[in-house]
Design a binder for this molecule. Structure first.
Ligand code: NAD
Length: 444
């Protein structure tokens, strides 16, 4: 992959003031706003995602990303660092985040606008050029995103293809922002490690929802049903495991059946993207007692809830990535937390009901929501980060700039003398005369 032209364009882009780059992003926001319907229809045509969900989960969050990036752009400005103690008198330090150069963004198909836009816009605002490799399953919306930025003169290119093209990008880019499966992410992370380039990995999830005793059953179920079935369950942060108190299982079962029965095909729930994903979800759906759903027609799988009687099945332990809500009853809150944490993933978790605030920090996940679920990926000022197999690094907010910049420290010396330099004669007297700051510095 020849990046010569893009590297030249990056130098010019990075030299433009931050404010100007921010203005380009604002113009991009206006273009996307004006073309919201067109973008949603493109997403729908490639992935089957409902138009309403394409707007709610892809187009509108992309607009919000721009506002958040502009609001957090102060993190890209040169900042002073305080130097303690008299030993450093006459010196000053500043730090600055410098663009890495060309950032490779490799994205999945399930949020084919919002996810690549987050990476591309963050990298551009920080002064980088970008190569986007969208998923081979949603190439057109990837190209559309790049076209909108091209029209505004931003240094961004699109390469189409599958694994081979993604791997080629990993060989040439100066940093990689990857979102996708654990298997691909691990291979990319390994190669980035060998090349010693920064790499942000946003991977899968098997996110638990814990309903605490005496929670508002209707409210919890409303969250669980949306969290499990929105986008046909094809969200990294989908509710993929639901834990309810043993004594309240009957109440939850009834309410889930009631609420799921109200969902309308084609209006509230849509088709999956392909047969492979559908077969996996169908296979998982057969591992428990069927509560509701289970039928399949083409790529349309009904929102399906099953009740499990233990935590050993793949429906409970592996990412389903489809419209399936597996439910398990727990004996006490301690066992609920242990069950929630016994999983290789740690993307998000949610906890609902009385006492949730106190228990939330004990959940092993990068994001824990109390009395709500899933939605914080669309709240771009908040950090997005996966624990365990769910990823490495942080995106969104000011944190997101770290993966696309190098930190440069500049230290200036205006003093006559550096007290640690030769000769060492008189060192004890100097220490006695007031090196407390220096001593505390080296002992901390
Ligand atoms: P995937 O890993 O199959 O593909 C993702 C991207 O990587 C695609 O563009 C693909 O072409 C590319 N790719 C494949 N092999 C590659 C290689 N060897 N080198 C470089 N690039 C390669 O994932 P997917 O099926 O598109 O996405 C679904 C997965 O993504 C799920 O596990 C889901 O949980 C996860 N996901 C995570 C987040 C998050 O924020 N943590 C968000 C969305 C999706």
């Amino acid at each position: 992959m020849d990046l010569t032209k893009l590297r030249a364009a990056q130098t010019i882009w990075a030299a433009r003031p931050l404010k100007e780059r921010g203005e380009v992003l604002c113009q991009f926001k206006r273009r996307v706003y004006e073309r919201a319907q067109e973008a949603a229809e493109l997403i729908n045509s490639e992935s089957g995602k409902l138009i309403a969900e394409a707007k709610l989960m892809d187009v509108y969050p992309t607009l919000g990303l721009v506002d958040s990036l502009i609001a957090n752009a102060g993190a890209l400005k040169r900042q002073k660092v305080k130097l303690p103690g008299i030993a450093f008198a006459g010196r000053s330090s500043t730090v600055q985040s410098v663009p890495v150069g060309v950032v490779g963004v490799i994205s999945p198909w399930n949020y084919p606008l919002q996810i690549p836009a987050a990476g591309v816009l963050t990298a551009l605002l920080a002064g980088n050029a970008v190569v986007l490799k969208p998923s081979e399953k949603t190439p057109k919306i990837g190209a559309w995103l790049v076209d909108q930025l091209h029209a505004l003169g931003a240094p961004v290119e699109c390469v189409q293809g599958a694994g081979a093209e993604g791997a080629a990008l990993v060989e040439t880019a100066d940093a990689i922002l990857f979102t996708g499966s654990v298997a691909t992410g691990t291979a990319i992370g390994r190669r980035c490690g060998e090349r010693l380039i920064p790499c942000l990995l946003e991977l899968g999830g098997k996110d638990p929802l814990i309903a605490l005793p005496y929670a508002d059953v209707a409210k919890v179920v409303r969250g669980a049903v949306w969290g499990a079935f929105a986008n046909a369950g094809q969200s990294c942060a989908s509710v993929e495991r639901m834990l309810v108190p043993k004594e309240e299982l009957g109440l939850y079962e009834k309410e889930i059946i009631r609420q799921v029965s109200l969902l309308k095909k084609g209006e509230d729930w849509g088709p999956m993207i392909d047969e492979i994903g559908m077969q996996r979800a169908l296979e998982h759906s057969k591992q428990g007692r069927l509560l509701i759903g289970g039928a399949v027609e083409g790529l349309w799988m009904e929102p399906t809830a099953i009740v499990l009687d233990n935590a050993t099945s793949s429906a409970w332990n592996e990412e389903t990535f489809g419209p399936l809500l597996p439910i398990l009853a727990y004996d006490n809150v301690e066992s609920a937390i242990a069950l929630a944490n016994t999983n290789s993933f740690g993307l998000t978790a949610s906890i609902w009901g009385p006492g949730a605030e106190k228990l939330a920090p004990r959940l092993e996940a990068g994001t824990v929501t109390i009395n709500d679920c899933v939605y914080t990926a669309g709240a771009p000022d908040t950090p997005w980060t996966g624990w365990k197999q769910s990823g490495l690094g942080v995106s969104h907010g000011a944190w997101g700039f770290q993966a696309v910049t190098k930190l440069q420290h500049i230290n200036t010396q205006k003093a006559q003398h550096s007290p640690w330099q030769y000769p060492y004669e008189g060192l004890d007297e100097f220490m006695a005369a007031g090196m407390a700051g220096f001593l505390s510095l080296i002992h901390i």
